[in-house]
Design a protein. Structure first.
Lengths: 119, 110
C-alpha cells in the first residue's frame, strides 16, 4: 500500500547536524512533489521544505540556509539534511506527498521521526 | 509568513454542525483556491480532509465540507460524531512553492 516511513531522528546538540530519510512505497515516487512538515511538542504544524519531482526546492524562512531537501528517485527516498541545529528545531518531522492538481495539498504522511536538539 | 488564524477550540454536541474558521491574508488564503484541511488524532500523523478549498479526497466522509470567502476559509463538520474529536489544521499555499498552516483548532464533542 501507499506508505512513507521516516527515519534518522534522534538527540543532537545545538549546532549539530542530522540527516532524515523518508522511504516511499506503493506509488510512483519520481513523479510527485514531496515536503517536510514539522510539529514542535504540543504545538501546531509548520511547513519546512518542498521538492518538486525535478529537484526544484523551497524552504521556510526559519530553516533557509541550514536545511537541505533532496531526493533519490532511483531509491524512492526523500532526505532532509539539517545543519546548525537549534533548540527551536526540536519537533516531530513528517514527510508528506503532494496531492491534487499542482500538488498543493499533502495526502500521504509518514509516522514522523522525533528530532531533539538539546545539550 | 505568519501562521493562519484559527480558533483554539470549537465544541458541539453529537449530531450538530460546527464550523472552524481560518483567516489569512491577501497573500495566501485570499490569493489562491488552494486551502486544505487536516485532521490529527492524538499521537497520529495528520490526515487530509479537504483540498483546493472544497474538494474531498476519496474515503473522506461527506459530512466534511469546505468553503472560502475573501481571506477566510472555513471547514464545516455536519452531523458531529464522537470520532470527529481531534485537532484540525488549515493550510494555504502562499506562492513560490511555500505553504502556511493555521495554529490548529481542538474540536470537542460534548
Amino acid at each position: 500500500q501507499v506508505q512513507l516511513v521516516e527515519s534518522g531522528g534522534g538527540v543532537v546538540q545545538p549546532g549539530g547536524s542530522l540527516r532524515l530519510s523518508c522511504a516511499a512505497s506503493g506509488f510512483t515516487f519520481s513523479t510527485y512533489a514531496m515536503n517536510w512538515v514539522r510539529q514542535a511538542p504540543g504545538k501546531g504544524l509548520e511547513w519546512v521544505a518542498f521538492i518538486q519531482y525535478d529537484g526544484t526546492n523551497k524552504y521556510a524562512d526559519s530553516v533557509k540556509g541550514r536545511f537541505t531537501i533532496s531526493r533519490d528517485n532511483s531509491k524512492n527516498t526523500l532526505f532532509l539534511q539539517m545543519n546548525s541545529l537549534r533548540a527551536e528545531d526540536t519537533a516531530v518531522y513528517y514527510c508528506a506527498k503532494g496531492y491534487g492538481s499542482g500538488s498543493y495539498a499533502f495526502d500521504i504522511w509518514g509516522q514522523g521521526t522525533m528530532v531533539t536538539v538539546s545539550s | 509568513q505568519s501562521a493562519l488564524t484559527q480558533p483554539a477550540s470549537v465544541s458541539g454536541s453529537p449530531g450538530q454542525s460546527i464550523t472552524i474558521s481560518c483567516t489569512g491574508t491577501s497573500s495566501d488564503v485570499g490569493s489562491y483556491k488552494l486551502v486544505s484541511w487536516y485532521q490529527q488524532q492524538p499521537g497520529r500523523a495528520p490526515k487530509l480532509m479537504i483540498y483546493e478549498v472544497s474538494k474531498r479526497p476519496s474515503g473522506v466522509s461527506n459530512r466534511f465540507s469546505g468553503s472560502k470567502s475573501g481571506n477566510t476559509a472555513s471547514l464545516t463538520i455536519s452531523g458531529l460524531q464522537a470520532e470527529d474529536e481531534a485537532d484540525y489544521y488549515c493550510c494555504s499555499y502562499a506562492g513560490s512553492y511555500s505553504w502556511v498552516f493555521g495554529g490548529g483548532t481542538k474540536v470537542t464533542v460534548l
